[in-house]
Design a binder for this molecule. Sequence first.
Ligand code: ADP
Length: 154
Amino acid sequence: MQTTFVILKPGTVQRGLIGEVISRFEKKGLQLVGMKMQQLTPEILTEHYSHLRSKPFFQTILSSMMAAPVVLCCWRGMEAVNVVRSMCGATNCREALPGTIRGDFGISIQENVVHTSDSPENAIAEVARFFKPEELFEYSLANQPFLYASDEIN
Ligand code: ADP
């Protein structure tokens, strides 16, 4: 099982789409193992988006990500990183396929509804960056026998 990290961006909070987005992950069969609301700071965003530091749009990402509080969440499931990434769709909402979260709820490159971890290594780093160990929950999912075949998970 993997745990992946998702940010519901300020635009998602402002547009009243929190429930819609979370509902998709729940319906998929992912297990919510951590969730909180937070006002992001330049410090944490500079670390989180360090790979984009040289980009001309870096400052606008920072201000857009601080425009309102965000919802941070962690989702657990088999291959959760790739599953969530493909559910979110391409970075540019105009290119994201219909049926994906960005394809259905956005029309911008930057205001693209969600952030999601792009690799298992980054998921581990991002969960640790935004969540304290005591904010993550280990519990058995009552419907797990109906989500996976008995020989599919160990
Ligand atoms: P992703 O969020 O899909 O992993 P990146 O890590 O490449 O994509 O970019 C991080 C965020 O920076 C994107 O989600 C988006 O908000 C913003 N961004 C990426 N590319 C551009 C761009 N060309 N113009 C404006 N904003 C961008």
